[in-house]
Design a protein around this ligand. Sequence first.
Ligand SMILES: [Zn+2]
Length: 113
Amino acid sequence: MCKVELENRVSEIQEIKTKLEARLLQLEERAHEIDDELSEPGDDDWSESAVESENDEVLEKVGNMAVAEIQKIKAALKKIDSGTYGICESCGEKIAPKRLEALHYTTICINCA
Ligand SMILES: [Zn+2]
């Protein structure tokens, strides 16, 4: 890899890192809100509380998804810090920048996916 190419890659990764950190903050805030919402006491009225528990289920799913994404983002950030970001975990090849751009926290290349 020539120097210019390497510098391009570093700034690309820096850009992705910034995006990941912003997304992480957003998700953490969201997970926190969901937590608050879920721990609110339900309504006494029967029909209201039926709706409420349905909402809770949806909220819980959204919350779980947020938590799963948070974990992926944290893993990706750790890789960026250790310099292994963008390397396929399966074959050790570089992951195409286009793929990384679309899937910021993917850990395998298109051939191994
Ligand atoms: Zn691979």
